[in-house]
Each structure stands twice: as structure tokens, then as C-alpha cells.
Write a new protein. Structure first.
Length: 86
């Protein structure tokens, strides 16, 4: 799955969870080891995306990381949820 498709996947998974879908922002960056996606949502929706004890965030990461290319030299995918505390 290409990077733009991963961004679409993240948006498709997150949009039904939030009350402010127009505030969903996904920023992609790349290092030598990772494709990093930073998810920004409305501050009122952060708890919905993280979930109780982080279960929703963990499930999102599992799905996104599972969709990366399985080639031996492919980069890992990292999903970061911005919680607006830092």
C-alpha cells in the first residue's frame, strides 16, 4: 500500500470516531527507517481517538502498521497521535 493510500486509510478509520471530522489533519514525514504519520484532531476528540487505556490508538496503529509493504527493505510505519499537551 502506498503512502497516500495509508493516509486515506488513517482518515477513513478516524473520521467516524470524531465529532469534528473537518479538523482531522494528517502530516507525513519520512526518515531513513520510518514513514511517520502525525494525526491531529480537534482537542475535544483526542480522547475518542486514544480510547480508554489507549485501546483505540493501539488498534489504529496495528491496522496501519499491518498495511505497510512486506518487502524486506521496506520502512516501518509509525502513527503518532498529537494529544495537544506538548
Amino acid at each position: 500500500m502506498t503512502e497516500t493510500n495509508l493516509e486515506t486509510l488513517i482518515r477513513t478509520l478516524v473520521t467516524p470516531l470524531v465529532k469534528h471530522p473537518d479538523a482531522v489533519r494528517i502530516t507525513e514525514s519520512e526518515t531513513d527507517r520510518y514513514h511517520r504519520y502525525v494525526l491531529d484532531v480537534h482537542p475535544a476528540d483526542v480522547g475518542r481517538v486514544i480510547g480508554r487505556q489507549g485501546h483505540v490508538a493501539s488498534a489504529l496503529r496495528t491496522v496501519v502498521e499491518g498495511m505497510r509493504s512486506k518487502r524486506p527493505n521496506s520502512k516501518k510505519v509509525r502513527l503518532v497521535i498529537n494529544d495537544h499537551r506538548h
